[in-house]
Design a protein around this ligand. Structure first.
Ligand SMILES: CSCCC(=O)C(=O)COP(=O)(O)O
Ligand code: ZN
Length: 197
């Protein structure tokens, strides 16, 4: 494994441990990625089927723009969706977590979840007042190309996240820290809405 990929693996392992400690990656759920180059698109993505709370710097795979392994073992089953999100949004890092609030709210609001008048909206770059911000909800699929098409069609440029119904939350950002902040903010918004209804 090259030093650059191992370095990315160390970042993803640390981020992953943090999400797992919040209970957002139970069992072997969830996956993370970090863009290493744009042209050609290459991402470091977490390995498949691993306990995401116990990853090491070695538990990472280099994938291409279609999510296929270029170096390392078996990439996340959702690697192709990470690559699609990175290509579509220009994000440098993508987070996928399996939170209860995202699945519960996706069930209640399959047409999209609307937020307004919340200071926390500033955490996704939106004004706190007088604007409705919609978090898209897309149907789940085991086919990552289909899921990518749905994400592309439903994506809201004002919201760096999408709920996948019956599955979990995808969020992204310029870098791993911003992607984490977006994940935490959107999860907070979802938990609030869930508690309110
Ligand atoms: C119980 S996890 C089911 C698969 C999944 O949705 C997931 O996020 C983890 O898949 P991976 O291949 O990245 O381990
Ligand atoms: Zn998943």
């Amino acid at each position: 494994m090259t030093a650059g990929l191992r370095e990315a693996g160390a970042v993803l392992a640390a981020e992953s441990a943090r999400f797992a400690s919040l209970g957002w990656m139970r069992g072997t759920s969830g996956n993370l990625s970090l863009v290493l180059s744009r042209d050609p698109l290459r991402l470091a993505v977490t390995g498949s089927g691993l306990d995401k709370g116990e990853l090491t710097a070695e538990d990472v795979v280099l994938v291409d723009g279609r999510g296929a392994a270029v170096q390392g073992g078996r990439p996340s089953a959702e690697a192709a969706l990470h690559a699609r999100v990175a290509a579509l949004t220009g994000a440098g890092a993508v987070v996928h977590v399996h939170t209860v609030a995202s699945v519960a709210m996706g069930r209640r609001e399959p047409g999209g979840i609307v937020f307004r008048d919340l200071e926390m909206l500033k955490g996704v770059g939106q004004p706190a007042h007088d604007v409705e911000v919609v978090l898209p909800v897309i149907a789940n699929s085991q086919d990552m190309a289909e899921l990518g098409d749905r994400l592309e069609a439903a994506r809201n440029p004002r919201m760096p996240a999408v709920v996948v119904a019956g599955h979990g939350l995808y969020a992204w950002g310029e870098d791993p820290v911003r992607a984490r902040h977006h994940t935490e903010v959107v999860e907070w918004l979802l938990e609030l809405e869930l508690a309110r209804r």
